[in-house]
Design a protein around this ligand. Sequence first.
Ligand code: G3P
Ligand code: MG
Length: 255
Amino acid sequence: MPPHPDIALPRLIAHRGLSAHAPENTLTAVRAAFDIGCHWVELDVQLLGDGTPVIWHDPTLKRCSDGHGRLSRLSLDEARGLDVGSWFGDAFRGERMATLADMLKLLASLDMGVNLELKVGRNRSGTELADAVVPRLLEALPPERIILSSFDMAALHHARSMADASRLPIGILTEGIPQKWQSRCEALDAFSVHTDWTRLTARRAREIKDTGYRLLCYTPNDPAAFAHHWRWGVDSAISDDPGCFAGIAPPPALP
Ligand code: G3P
Ligand code: MG
C-alpha cells in the first residue's frame, strides 16, 4: 500500500461548513468558512432517488428545507426547486441544495480541503454511495486535500478497493472509540480516527497517536471545555463555530 499523502491538517475544520452562521452543507456555508480563514470543511454526502450525490445530512427534508419527505425519493429537478436557506434565516432565502459536483467545483476554486462523510442512511447502500462519490472526489481534488470518512465500514472498504483509491485518505468515524479500533484502522489502511469529543478519553487518545493515526474530534463548540483535548494530542477539531477558538486553539500542528 503506498504511503498516505502528506496532509497539512489544520487545527480547525468547519463542520457542515460554517454551520453556526450559515445553513449547513451549503455553498454559502463553505464560502463563509473560507471567509473567516478556515480552509477545510466537513460535509455530508448522500444520494437522491435518481442517483445524484448531494451535500445533505438528514434522511429527510423537513429540518433544513421548505420541503418534506425523504431525500431518497427526490429527483435532481425536485431538489433544485427547494429553498434550503430560509429555515436558517431570511438572509439565506433562495439557497439551493448543492450537488457534490457543485460543491467540488467550489472547493477546488478556493483551494480548500474537505473531510467528506459518506452518510449512509438506513436501508441505503454504502457501496452505491461510494461508487458515485469517490471517482468524482479524486478527479476534483488532490489527495492532500481530502479525507473520506463514514460510520459505515462497508462503504469505506468499498471506497478503498476502488480504482485509483489506494492513496485516498480514509477516516474511521466513531461515537465512542471501540476496543477494536486499531484492527479496523489496519484493515482499511486508515489515515485518521474521528470521534465524538465528549466520549474520548486521554488513554484512547494516547493509543491512537502512539500508533501514528491522526485524531480528529467532532463537534466541540466550547474552546474552554475542549482545551485538555489538545493536550491529549488531538490534531483537529471539527467545529460548527471555528471562529470561537480564535486565540484559544493551539498553534498550527507541526508538519
Ligand atoms: O464527521 C463528523 C460528524 O459530522 C459526524 O456526525 O451527524 O454531524 O454527520 P454528523
Ligand atoms: Mg457529518
